[in-house]
Design a protein around this ligand. Structure first.
Ligand SMILES: *Cc1c(COP(=O)(O)O)cnc(C)c1O
Length: 385
């Protein structure tokens, strides 16, 4: 198999698994490892696997400021979002009011559509041109019958940050619950479930240098009595999510979250500098604009509209591994629902790319990426004459 282009700028779509995480995963795979079924409590093989799983649960809890027993393993943030929304909806005596936004991940948007079909009243808040959903917007939309608010911490296409802690205070004052999709937040925002007013939060390992196919849902004490399982079987995870625990995936997620770091640490500052360099290089090129709020954002993700005649976003992705539409919508060629919600024209949305940086990004790669875009744009504008 040939190695794909070395210029990987799509960390927001997925990350490679960190070598240290791979090593941990191997301790739960082979016959000389803790390969046992974590539910086989009657023998040493099961107990060793169980211990590995519980250590990982502690690591994830520690990373997000939760208690270990508040972490429920799932197959990823898609499942966590489904469990949170459908699970709370089922726990309510009758359909109520759900607030979400037009720029959520499809795993929330499509689930909200399902709840609407079951009789829920759904408000989809629209962001301003800056891509932000504000606490004031949420407050204005809250009603006595609002049961649940679901908003993302960091937008996966824009990198903009929602002030979810302030929103959570308002939501709780109204007696509703706040679910936050935190798939893009780990290692990038300070997360502390003890002090932030969040009732449910979704996580995914593969956005944070862990393996694909494993995630978690944080379930706080206000949400627990209402949450109903969506996967029934052996009663694993205290009945909230049945199925044999994938111990190798789980220890992978645990060690990835233990390595995640946080804002202000050396790795975060390194990404910040690289991002500034990338931003300055790209925005100096003709017709390039930044989408989303320039300040309330993580440095890792930049979304650019490239308004140069002849520019083809999909062609750029052949040379530079960026997203021309969100990978999560890749089944359709439709322009990004996020960019359309910001008010971009469909053609401008099609001429947009998401460039995201991560742990293995280097300054040489950033400079090469700027050079590639400069060349593509040079070619695009000369092609016109
Ligand atoms: C990637 C992503 C998801 C889906 O996570 P999976 O673990 O791939 O199912 C959900 N929400 C956001 C914001 C994401 O970035």
């Amino acid at each position: 198999m040939s190695r794909p282009t070395p210029l990987y700028f799509d960390y927001a779509a997925t990350t490679p698994v960190d070598d240290r995480v791979i090593e941990m995963m191997l301790t739960c795979l082979g016959r000389d490892s803790h390969f046992g079924n974590p539910a086989s409590s009657g023998h040493a093989f099961g107990q060793a696997a169980r211990n590995a799983v519980e250590t990982a649960r502690e690591q994830v809890a520690q990373c997000v400021g939760a208690q270990a027993e508040q972490i429920v393993w799932t197959s990823g943030a898609t499942e966590s979002n489904n469990l949170a929304l459908k699970g709370i909806a089922q726990g309510c005596a009758q359909p109520g009011h759900l607030i979400t936004s037009a720029i959520e991940h499809k795993a929330v948007l499509d689930t909200a559509d399902q709840l609407q079909q079951l009789g829920w009243d759904v408000t989809r808040l629209r962001p301003g041109r800056d891509g932000l959903i504000t606490p004031a917007q949420v407050t204005a939309a809250l009603r006595p019958e609002t049961r649940l608010v679901s908003l993302m911490a960091v937008n996966n296409e824009l990198g903009t940050v929602t002030d979810f802690a302030a929103i959570g205070e308002q939501v709780r004052a109204q007696g509703a619950l706040l679910h936050v999709d935190g798939a893009q937040a780990v290692g990038k925002l300070k997360l502390d479930m003890r002090t932030q007013a969040v009732d449910l939060m979704s996580f995914s390992a593969h956005k944070a240098y862990g393996p694909k196919g494993i995630g978690a849902l944080y379930v706080g004490e206000r949400a627990l009595p209402l949450l109903r399982a969506q996967m029934h079987g052996g009663g694993h995870e205290r009945g909230l999510r049945s199925g044999t625990l994938p111990s190798h995936q789980i220890v992978g997620m645990g060690s990835a979250f233990a390595l995640a770091g946080q804002p202000g640490d050396a790795e975060y500052l390194r990404i910040q500098q690289l991002s500034q360099r990338l931003h300055d290089g790209m925005l100096a090129l003709p017709g390039v604009r930044l989408n989303g709020c320039p300040t309330q954002r993580i440095p890792h993700t930049l979304n650019l509209t490239i308004d140069t005649p002849g520019f083809n976003a999909a062609a750029l992705a052949g040379e530079l591994a960026v997203s021309s539409t969100s990978a999560c919508n890749s089944a359709s060629q439709a322009p990004s629902h996020v960019l359309l919600a910001l008010g971009l024209e469909p053609q401008a949305a099609r001429n947009s790319v998401r460039i995201s940086l991560g742990r293995y990004s280097t300054q040489a790669q950033v400079d090469a990426a700027v050079a590639v875009l400069a060349r593509v744009l040079g070619a695009a504008s000369t092609a016109l004459w």
